[in-house]
Design a binder for this molecule. Structure first.
Ligand code: FAD
Length: 451
């Protein structure tokens, strides 16, 4: 009989797995169950809908079940939650929350692409109307409607990771006054402090009220919803801010319930442990995307950095592997880039702090060079690279600048992936025109730092 593939979750990873499986085999019967309504959307675009750069949320959800049926012969069933897995019998139990109907389906291969859920911080008042996570198109629609209907003027963003900062930028450009509260000492706390301090300055330059080393002790609300919050500084100071809406962006947790129920092991990061083909510890059960653990290209250690780039890749790898392909995951560097007002803020590989914690004798290489000649508008690009002093091997890099940080971090990520030494960077044959770069590129200067 035809191979029977069941996928749970239909955003980035689940749809990638289904599409790749179909490309490899015409005969498989493939069903994707999704408990939500929207599928295959760009979660990464949601802040830009709230800010108005993307005119309609429909632009972020271009595909529906009919498209998948016509294009791939894949059945996508929205409004269907998988509530149980019986790995011995190879069946799943599916529930339709709208009708309460429950039924069983069987599988030969089961793909868990159940993603993450936003952390709800344990704060008084966090469930008040006007407090929003940012994860799904429904969240973005709700935030947009709340701002419009309430004429909201002041926003409080809790958490200064990349999603919090994207929302901060977009709410500011929509005309709201924004306060950002962050427990750590700097915004973008995954970066080294000397780099993230530049992000702090950029936020403040754009009028953001940035409260560092501060926590939200409670959200205040009246009958109409949120009115503000009580803040608590690490130094013991207490304060209050007024707010018409609150964005809770304090991180995410993997949806591992089904995996645990199926008996699949979780890794040390708390996400589902998988091998290089995305197989879990349970036969015929695969895990892909944000719910799955990965491993670090440099250290080989288990890591969990939930990103859409990795979700698409790991979905494709599982879809290939379960249909006879040979794709294997080669690990991640956690490469990421975010625009924060006028700055591109990018990183890849180990930070100085992480490299030190991993036991390397760390060499730090810093340079600030214009990304293009100043006569064509070049502006300073700060690159911080970290290397292993003993071998010279590049371990990680961070780049911040008005333009060109994205390109340089991708060059450096590529170099790290292929095991480059710092000195190798000087020898890269990179494109030069004064409209795009300098004759010696900022990446070349990083490579010249030790010679
Ligand atoms: P998810 O997108 O979490 O999808 C999982 C799906 O599974 C959900 O729809 C859920 O309803 C469904 N599901 C869960 N359990 C069940 C069940 N039991 N039954 C049925 N269905 C179930 N990444 C980047 O690389 N770059 C960016 O710039 C970037 N920006 C982002 C900005 C925002 C605001 C957000 C929210 C995310 C951003 N990301 C970015 C991250 C990226 O969106 C995620 O990595 C990606 O969506 C992960 O895809 P996934 O399919 O693994 O999981």
């Amino acid at each position: 009989r035809a191979l029977r593939i069941v996928v749970v979750g239909s955003v980035a990873a689940g749809t990638s797995a289904a599409a790749k499986a179909r490309r490899n085999t015409e005969s498989a019967r493939i069903t994707v169950y999704e408990r939500d309504h929207d599928i295959s959307y760009s979660g990464c675009g949601l802040p830009y809908f709230v800010g108005g750069e993307v005119e309609s949320v429909d632009r972020l959800t271009p595909r529906d079940p009919a498209w998948f049926a016509a294009r791939y012969g894949v059945e996508v069933r929205t409004g269907h939650e998988v509530v149980a897995v019986d790995a011995a019998a190879r069946t799943v139990t599916v529930r339709e929350p709208t009708t309460g109907r429950t039924f069983e389906d069987d599988y030969d291969e089961l793909v868990l692409a159940t993603g993450v859920r936003p952390v709800v911080p344990p704060i008084d008042g966090i469930d008040a109307p006007g407090v929003f996570p940012v994860r799904t198109p429904s969240d973005a629609r709700a935030i947009d409607a709340w701002i419009t209907e309430r004429g909201a003027r002041r926003a409080l963003v809790v958490g200064a990771g990349y999603i919090g900062l994207e929302m901060t930028e977009q709410l500011t450009s929509r005309g709201l006054e924004v306060t950002v509260v962050e427990t750590a000492e700097h915004a973008m706390p995954r970066m080294d402090p000397d780099m993230s301090a530049r992000v702090d300055a950029e936020l403040r330059r754009h009028g953001v009220d940035l409260r560092l080393s501060t926590t939200v002790a409670g959200v205040r609300a009246d009958d109409d919803g949120v009115t503000g919050a009580d803040l608590q500084g690490r130094d013991g100071t207490a304060d209050q801010v007024a707010a018409d809406l609150v964005i809770a962006s304090v991180g995410v947790r993997p949806n591992t319930e089904l995996a645990r129920q199926a008996g699949a092991e979780l890794g040390p990061t708390g996400a589902i442990a998988v091998d290089r083909r995305q197989r879990t510890s349970v036969e015929h059960v695969w895990a892909v995307g944000d719910v799955a653990e990965s491993f670090h290209v440099v250290t080989g250690d288990p890591v969990w950095v939930p990103l859409g780039s990795t979700a698409n890749k790991t979905g494709r790898i599982a879809g290939d592997a379960m249909t006879g392909g040979t794709l294997e995951h080669r690990g991640i560097l956690g490469t990421s880039v975010v625009r924060v007002f006028d700055l591109g803020v990018a990183q890849t590989g180990l930070t100085e702090q992480q490299a030190g914690a991993a036991g390397y004798d760390v060499e730090v290489l810093h340079n600030i060079k214009p990304d293009r000649p100043e006569y064509l508008g070049g502006r300073p690009l700060v690159i911080k690279a970290v290397a292993d002093r003993a071998s010279g091997r590049l371990l990680g890099a961070q780049a911040i600048g008005a333009s060109g940080a994205d390109k340089r971090i991708d060059i450096l990520a590529t170099a790290i992936t292929f095991g480059a030494d710092v000195a190798d960077l000087f020898h890269l044959d990179l494109a030069y025109s004064p409209t795009y770069a300098t004759t010696k590129d900022p990446v070349h200067y990083t490579g010249m730092a030790l010679t």
